[in-house]
Design a protein around this ligand. Structure first.
Ligand code: ADP
Ligand code: MG
Length: 635
């Protein structure tokens, strides 16, 4: 026979499709719950047995289906959500491919029970490996219930890929968490082997839902955001302050037009927004909804729709970075970690886990407010007290010692035309240093300085709180932001060296210096070729001190040699600036006079992202009076 090509039978097509859509029980749960949401349900119950391997049953109070629809929905490419090609680009439903049910049915024993609200009775269909075995009229409440037994019973090879019950259950829990976060107004009940794992009620606000699913502790360290452009991009939700972070991306929940998505553009933007606010390798906790005109995004690029493609990728990226940066840049009072908890006995430390009434959360409802002084482990009352702290005990500042002044001109003149780059890495005009002069109402300026501890920490008081400021971390942030701004404007202030220093490099580094002359110049260094592999260092950035400058230049040459000349240079430039800031700034172990401490706090208030140093360490920590009393066992 000469003919080799043939069309595959429908049942095999469905099994192949199932391979894409149905990876494990959690994928089934995702598809079924999405269908329930698309059907307008506001009450959904998910019951599973043995991690979903034996049974998955999703019951909803949605629209239900007619008898005809109930039969049809098990066919391939049967959907009620899409009619013509153009619809693909104005999708408002979670599903649209008409693939899920036939795919799931192809690899399981499925029972579908459904009833339209207005119908006298419902209908029940039983299918095995995609073949309808039985159907009959049935009673039951309006809505739909779909039961999947023995997933992959007819594809043993795939069944072998399933993990232990606990693992599969974990995946289902994660899937349900994502879905539940996307629709706070829907009740979701999750039952495993007859035990109710969660039962989340209808919630009015996202904050309440997040508190319920991710924990109240987490929510206390998060701030609300909501930003929109005239072009219809909107980013809203909750984002963590830098003090709350995770080792992996497990705390990152991003939704595009209501659909949970792991998108690279969005994740990259998140990384950029939190750059230099988190320690290396750490990630924020966010529940973020990105809304965009459906025609601007293609969700049909992945069978499980976990990825998308944007039409204007870089515009989307830059908008997200700007929106987050402008929210994160402060004026954020201390990321008050509560080290006290570690010292306390379990009993009292557990306090934070107790369900607390709404007040803790009310601060988030208002997006227009600046980030509330959110402090992990403290009560809302204390926070509010601090936020509204009267400025009366704020000492007047007479004079700012030169060491810490921001040149007046620098403070008030925004960059003429800061170079914008594609990565949206550096903040645009919004990201400039704040222009308020000394004496502006800021958290740090309002602190009463009690003294300096170990020549490294400022001991301060505000209201009833004890506050420690890490002078080195504070300086690093200040120096970094100053340098960054100077760098952006292309005018890092320089100082001439009285005696030029001749630096000898090895061949590789001397090539790097030669190649990156411009970059060195932008950073405020003047390096003239001195013959062979030697360069004469004639000018250095004003912010840096002369000591150790040689080592710094070598390190920078090394950085630049490693980075090469790609876009990376721009991205990694912040690393270089951090290195410079760290080098140039007052270190720990330096005695500061009262006015110097005062000036430092003033400057800190004028500096964006002041709650953390560029390495992600907090600049200050605070304890409430009751924290201190608990330490002394007075509570
Ligand atoms: P899609 O969701 O892509 O349309 P599915 O195979 O998941 O494809 O579902 C096919 C159709 O079955 C849906 O378009 C919908 O009309 C109907 N359907 C599925 N689940 C439900 C449900 N829980 N309630 C009401 N209708 C449903
Ligand atoms: Mg569907």
């Amino acid at each position: 026979m000469s003919q080799k090509v043939h069309i595959l039978p429908e049942s095999l097509c469905n099994q192949i499709a199932a391979g894409e859509v149905v990876e494990r029980p959690a994928s089934v749960v995702k598809e079924l719950v999405e269908n329930s949401l698309d059907a307008g349900a506001d009450r959904i119950q998910v019951e599973v047995e043995n991690g979903g391997k034996r049974l998955i049953r999703v019951t909803d109070n949605g629209s239900g289906m007619s008898r005809e629809d109930a039969f049809l929905c098990l066919e391939r490419h049967a959907t009620s959500k899409l009619r013509m090609e153009q619809d693909l680009f104005r999708l408002t439903t979670l599903g649209f491919r008409g693939e899920a049910l036939p795919s799931i049915a192809a690899v399981s024993r499925l029972v579908l029970r459904t009833r339209l609200a207005e119908a006298m009775e419902g209908w029940e269909i039983l299918a095995e490996a995609g073949m309808i075995k039985h159907s009959a009229a049935a009673g039951g409440a309006p809505g739909t219930s779909i039961e999947i037994r023995n997933l992959f019973f007819n594809t043993p090879a795939r069944r072998k890929f399933l993990r232990r019950d606990e693992t599969e259950l974990g995946h289902i829990g994660e899937t349900l968490t994502r879905l539940a976060l996307s629709c706070p107004e829907v009740c979701l009940r999750f039952v495993h082997n007859g035990r109710v794992l969660w039962d989340v009620n209808r919630q009015k606000t996202l904050v309440e839902r997040v508190a319920e699913l991710l924990g109240r502790e987490a929510v206390r360290s998060m701030i609300h955001m909501d930003q929109q452009t005239p072009e219809g991009l909107r980013l809203h939700g909750l984002i963590s302050q830098p003090g709350l972070n995770r080792a992996g991306l497990g705390g990152v929940y991003t939704f595009i037009n209501g659909r949970y998505i792991r998108d690279r553009v969005v994740q990259h933007a998140l990384g950029d927004a939190y750059r230099n606010l988190l320690p290396r390798g750490r990630h924020p906790v966010v529940v973020l909804f990105f809304d965009i005109e459906p025609s601007q995004v293609d969700v049909n690029v992945h069978p499980t729709k976990h990825e998308v493609r944007f039409r204007e990728q870089s515009a989307v990226h830059d908008f997200i970075v700007q929106a987050l940066r402008s929210r994160l840049r402060g004026p954020a009072p201390p990321a008050a970690v509560l080290p006290v908890e570690g010292v306390l006995s379990r009993g009292s430390a557990g306090q934070g886990d107790e369900p607390q009434p709404a007040p803790v959360l009310t601060g988030f409802a208002d997006a227009s407010r600046p980030p509330a002084p959110v402090a992990t482990g403290r009560t809302a009352g204390t926070n509010r007290e601090r936020a509204d702290l009267p400025a009366q005990d704020k000492p007047r500042v007479q004079e700012i010692p030169p060491r810490y002044t921001v040149a007046a001109e620098q403070r008030v003149s925004p960059a003429k035309d800061p170079p914008r780059n594609a990565a949206g890495l550096f903040d645009g005009p919004e990201g400039q240093m704040r222009v308020d002069g000394p004496g502006s109402e800021g958290f740090f300026s309002s602190l009463r300085i009690l003294g300096q501890y170990h020549n490294s920490y400022l001991v301060c008081q505000t209201g009833m709180d004890l506050v420690l400021v890490d002078q080195h971390a504070a300086h690093e942030r200040i120096g970094f932001e100053q340098l960054k701004q100077q760098y952006l404007c292309g005018r890092v202030e320089r100082q001439m060296l009285l005696f030029p220093k001749v630096l000898e490099f090895d061949f590789r580094l001397s090539q790097a210096v030669k190649e990156h002359q411009d970059t060195f110049a932008r950073l405020g260094f003047c390096l003239d070729h001195f013959g062979g592999n030697a360069y004469a260092l004639k000018e250095i950035p004003q912010l840096l001190r002369e000591s150790d400058i040689e080592q710094l230049v070598r390190d920078l040459a090394e950085d630049l040699a490693v980075m090469g000349r790609s876009r990376l240079v721009e991205i990694e430039m912040e690393t270089v600036l951090i290195r410079m800031a760290c080098h140039g700034m007052v270190r720990a172990n330096q005695k500061l006079a009262q006015e110097e401490m005062r000036a430092l706090l003033e400057l800190l208030d004028q500096t964006p992202f002041n709650s953390h140093c560029p390495h992600g360490r907090p600049t200050c920590i605070s304890w409430s009076l009751s924290d201190v009393e608990r330490l002394f066992k007075r509570a």
